[in-house]
Design a protein around this ligand. Sequence first.
Ligand SMILES: [Zn+2]
Length: 125
Amino acid sequence: MKLLTATSRAQGDRDNDFTFCVEGELVMVTPFVCETDRLDPDGGCGCGRSFVGLNSGKATTTALVSDLDFTPEDAAEAIRSALQRSKLVSDDEIPGIIEDVLELADEFPVGTVLEQRLGDVNSRI
Ligand SMILES: [Zn+2]
């Protein structure tokens, strides 16, 4: 199934790109945007334009659509446990976020590098 993974591909296309994730780890659009970036994805924090690594909890501005040997249940569990660890969202919000994460990867072909700007996801390559 298609899932998003951290990638260094297309890093540098924007001046304020960064990647602190482990290359290849599962990522999702950062589910919480702080006050600094809330109105401007280039606001200075980075959370408004980043994906967060499900394992590392670190951020990257580029994500790769990857075809991985996961079941939807495995993927949902990985996302759920990362969200619970992060404590950034309430338990009630988790099922909706999981659904969004799984749908998002499905919208793009495998191999596409994505960026996100306040939740607006687009392809870079
Ligand atoms: Zn922030």
